[in-house]
Design a protein around this ligand. Sequence first.
Ligand code: ADP
Length: 622
Amino acid sequence: MATHKFRTEVNQLLNLIIHSLYSHKEIFLRELISNSSDALDKLKYLTLTDDAFKKLDFDPRIDISFDEGDHKTITVADTGIGMNQDEITEQLGTIAKSGTNGFLSQLTGDAKKDSNLIGQFGVGFYSVFMVAERVEVISRKAGEETAWKWESDGKGKFTISEAELDGNGTTVVLHLNEEGTEYANRWQIQEVVKKYSDHIAFPIYLRYMKAEYDDKGKEKSKEEKLEQINAASALWKQAKNDLSDEDYKNFYKTITHDTEDPLFWLHTKAEGVQEYTTLFYIPKQAPFDLYQVDYRAGVKLYVQRVFITDDEKELMPTYLRFLRGVIDSEDLPLNVSREILQQNRIMTSIRNASVKKVLGELTRIALEEPDTYTKFSEQYNRPIKEGLYQDFANREQLVDLVRFKSTAVDGFTSLEEYKKRMLGEQKAIYYITGGDEQTLRHSPLLEAYKKKEIEVLIMDDEIDEIVVPSIGTYKETELKPVNRADAGEDLQGESDEKKEKELKPVVETIKKALGDRVKDVRISVRLADSPSCIVVDESDPTLKMQEMLKAMGQSDLPDVKPILEINPDHEIVKKLAGVKDEDFAADVAFLLLDQALLVEGAQVPEPAEFVKRLNRVVGRAV
Ligand code: ADP
């Protein structure tokens, strides 16, 4: 017998399970059945596709029994693929799932928040330690002779030893702790299985003792009974009319381990050139690994009810990676490999049709159930934006599904709604990018728009810099960033030309002082209260964009210089025209530039110089 230690992440998870998942103890049974079902799926696939397994006598089933006597136990046994010595040591001693580290790093210590996260992550096998003080797993891999026993009390260590098992598969014996004893009972087990595992595709049997009583209530005899306790039919193959909302929700929980109900779902049967069924769910909470490179795929592929894979990210486009559910094709070959799958004509057409279905449903919800759609946007607006540059075929629909923050309304708005609110003479849809929401909302660039009551969209999402310029125009109206030199056409007034002439000497003074720190100095039409602001030339990347490119490792970037705009009506600018002292004028010029950078959330290149100038100017003023 060999003793092993759990890996650190297992200990961490075990701790969490015991402290945060307390109110969902019953899920241990769902997790065990789900593991058994996966093991049966894997063996079923091999018996259909691999010659070495075709002769195997395969009777797929899950058997549950319990002991309600003094020594309370529950046993879950399957005839699935089983585990050999290495596998049982590895798989029940570590967490091999991708995204584990990301998951653990997001934990907050707040039991309620963490329990949601754990729910999404799926605690799997280790949930048994909520109800058991000792657990034995006896397993024999299909095609091998030796069985192995794993045993642990969930407190840091486990042992592995040789064991006996009739046939291949895995048997899990739970020695229940005080909290777990209530589950060693026929009605509890039946209820939990009905709730979560009714539509597991393999039969689940419950073995129990049934007593007969005489008229005086005395036990006459006791007999062992074996009863199938689940429907064992693939839920997605059933007619919509035969399924209740509860059925859909419980099935969702079975396949995702989520503790919450889904936001909504979409069940489609396609018949015609191709026959397939899809059932997609949108989780209420975005999956915790949505923005991790090693996110887990959420859609499972079946071929004629045979499970093929749950680890294929190409089944749906990446921007829809938050979808959960099932695709079941009648036409794909059973032994479809990953390579085949990726270029398979049938798969491509299922995928394209599914994307259209999902986007169609989102469009409907946006229209008919605005509250639900707001919830959707709060979680998934960003992936939908990613779709704008990933999925050109569906761009038009995606543009209408994206939501933005705005200076005109609270919460989210669509481009369509913006268009409806546009002023009669307004020529473009305006937006501001390049910082967090508060910085953007207070940017001097918005002053004149606010004054004229022109709405500006607040784009505070990092990817807006890339996504939004790619929209270009929306239904014939151009989208223009307010920090571009040419975005002022809706702001121009009649007196502007006169001011231009008057202030020419000031502009020249500032230009001379700032030298090559700026590309140009111009009279602004977009300022009301602030003396100055920074804009970028038509074809230049914005400050934020430059930062992003640098962060992405682009070092050979040309040095892009900003254009300084000054407010012709501001006191500082007006008075500067009369200043004779060149050094003092230069200090003011630099302060006009540096304060405009600061208010945009950008860095001042020489903070020490900035402070010196500031002090000289203040010194003169006091
Ligand atoms: P998950 O099922 O999400 O991968 P678990 O912690 O539940 O995580 O299980 C870890 C691994 O142990 C599984 O991926 C599987 O390889 C193995 N395993 C668990 N239960 C069984 C079983 N009944 N039969 C075969 N392998 C199993």
